[in-house]
Design a protein around this ligand. Structure first.
Ligand code: NAP
Length: 486
């Protein structure tokens, strides 16, 4: 079989970019990873807030080809995960292929040459046959539209821009936001602060999960026999939970969703003692409508006398603190904004221009979309990992990215084998996918009536709306008749 040597650009050195680099290196491909910062790690590099943990079980949050005996507990901390990715980059010798401090600002498709021109912030240009966009999802902090933020006398910052110099211990801290991030920060700060005012616009359902550490002896055993790790990460407890979760969110009146709701309700009823606090913490929407929060310690932390849950409406921020619409002033020393991310950016603000001058902004004017979350009509030889409409929820995005890579790699084979110089999904195939996806997505729990970053501008969940097994099957082989090969 003839093999065409292709030039690959991988954008981003986070979890997905590292994966792409390892896979490309293993095949002897020519590639460069462009990383805008000075360090690998993506979301695990950027987020350094106290309490940062991954609520996907640690052994499941690893590459399939690189099990890790060193996890200290069944849920890993952010710094541990960063260390894992640094270990992987080192072990697989990826570092020399990464260009740090290299922000990609533009990608322009040249139809005549069937190649992409990549432009860096420095103005430097390079050409590539294939672009792998591994630039992540949650990396543009969303600042809240609260008047007077600039007038606060103390430090005020977004959780993804943690200010290490800001006072925390023994002082009065305000925390806006009650997503996965805000909840983890409450658990970490409750015992450190003089006072923590947690501004909760919408409370969250909390799924109780066990937390346990691995002993030195267990880690020794994992090192000696990685089969013990495989039994955890590929075993029924984890994968069974993934299957049950996706079945629940796609069958919202079925018994599995009812079980999730009951777990969360009983957790609230049985864990929170003060009836007034219990009502403040009781959501008015269905469990798992927003990203379900798995926590073993939030309800304990939030009942710490140092924590005050404020469910009133914020009027403005003043020099001394946060003023509520009822006139109350919460005097604060530090203000933390756990207000989430612009989840519709993906590779943007880089300007991507495909065939016939079609820009990504224009293609995504209504909503970000990609054919099975990876390829886009009008953008040949352009592949996204963890792109729009992929699976979101409480499971490992590493698994998702690996399966997406297997699909993408088969499309790249078309180019490698010289069957064509450009591969791109047809407009008709993508329109059919989107029509089916949107219809199904509206019926998932994410579309059951709450606000969340899962929803696009029209309120449609921007997610994979079918089962995990259907995702696995779909990723196993692309349907080549859905693609134009030229
Ligand atoms: P998020 O889920 O989008 O939550 C943002 C929070 O800020 C919400 O509580 C929101 O309230 C609140 N908010 C926004 N603007 C506000 C305003 N003007 N006034 C008051 N409250 C405001 O963001 P996130 O917590 O950073 O989490 C984002 C995602 O990151 C998660 O869903 C998850 O996918 C990922 N994550 C994962 C982990 C993990 O353990 N695996 C940990 C952290 C994050 P409303 O709900 O009322 O809008």
């Amino acid at each position: 079989m003839p093999h065409k040597q292709l030039r690959f650009a991988v954008i981003g050195a986070g979890m997905a970019g590292i994966l792409a680099a390892i896979r490309l290196k293993a095949r002897g491909e020519t590639f460069t990873v462009f990383e805008k910062t000075a360090k690998i790690g993506g979301t695990w590099r950027e987020n350094r807030y106290p309490g940062l943990t991954c609520d996907v079980p640690s052994h499941a949050y690893t590459y399939t080809f690189e099990p890790y005996a060193e996890w200290r507990a069944n849920y890993a901390t952010g710094p541990e995960i960063q260390t894992y990715f640094e270990h992987v980059v080192d072990k697989y010798g990826i570092d020399p292929a990464i260009r740090f401090g290299s922000e990609v600002t533009a990608l322009d498709w040249d139809e005549a040459q069937a190649q992409w021109t990549l432009t860096l912030a420095s103005g430097e240009r390079q050409v590539f046959d294939v672009v792998i966009a591994a630039s992540g999802v949650l990396h543009h902090p969303r600042m809240p539209e609260i008047a007077g933020l600039d007038s606060f006398a103390g430090p005020v910052f977004h959780t993804a821009r943690w200010d290490d110099s800001a006072p925390i211990d023994g002082v009065r801290v305000g925390l806006v936001g009650c997503g996965s991030t805000g909840v983890q920060i409450v658990t970490a700060l409750a015992s450190r602060v003089k006072k923590l005012v947690h501004f909760q616009r919408s409370p969250q359902w909390i799924m109780p999960v066990p937390y346990f550490t691995f002993s030195d002896a267990e880690r020794d055993a994992f090192r000696a026999d990685t089969g013990l790790i495989d039994a955890i990460r590929f075993g029924d407890e984890y994968l069974g939970n993934v299957r049950r979760f996706t079945d629940a969110i796609t069958d919202i009146d079925g018994p599995l969703m009812k079980a999730i709701e009951e777990y969360c309700l009983q957790n609230l009823e049985n864990s929170v003692r003060d009836p007034m606090l219990k009502e403040k913490l009781r959501p008015d929407y269905r469990a798992a409508c927003k990203r379900l929060i798995y926590s073993w310690s939030f309800y304990d932390a939030v009942q710490n006398p140092a924590v005050e849950v404020e469910t009133g409406r914020i009027d403005r921020v003043e020099a001394k603190g946060v003023r509520m619409t009822d006139g109350t002033l919460h005097e604060l020393d530090t203000l933390v904004l756990a207000t989430g991310f612009h989840a519709d950016r993906f590779i943007r603000p880089a300007g991507v221009t495909g065939r016939n001058g079609l820009t990504l902004d224009a293609f995504w004017a209504r909503r970000p979309t990609a054919h099975y979350a990876m390829t886009l009509p009008g953008f040949p030889n352009f592949f996204m990992l963890n792109g729009p409409t992929g699976p979101v929820g409480n499971f490992s995005l590493i698994d998702i990215a690996e399966r997406q890579w297997d699909y993408i790699d088969q499309l790249i084979d078309v180019l490698r084998q010289g069957k064509g110089r450009a591969v791109v999904p047809t407009t008709a195939a993508h329109a059919d996918y989107e029509e089916r996806r949107i219809a199904a997505a509206k019926t998932t729990i994410f579309g059951s009536g709450c606000s969340s970053w899962y929803l696009d501008a029209e309120g449609v969940p921007a997610s994979w709306p079918w089962s995990y097994d259907k995702f696995v099957e779909t990723m196993s082989a692309p349907k080549l008749d859905e693609f134009a090969i030229s």
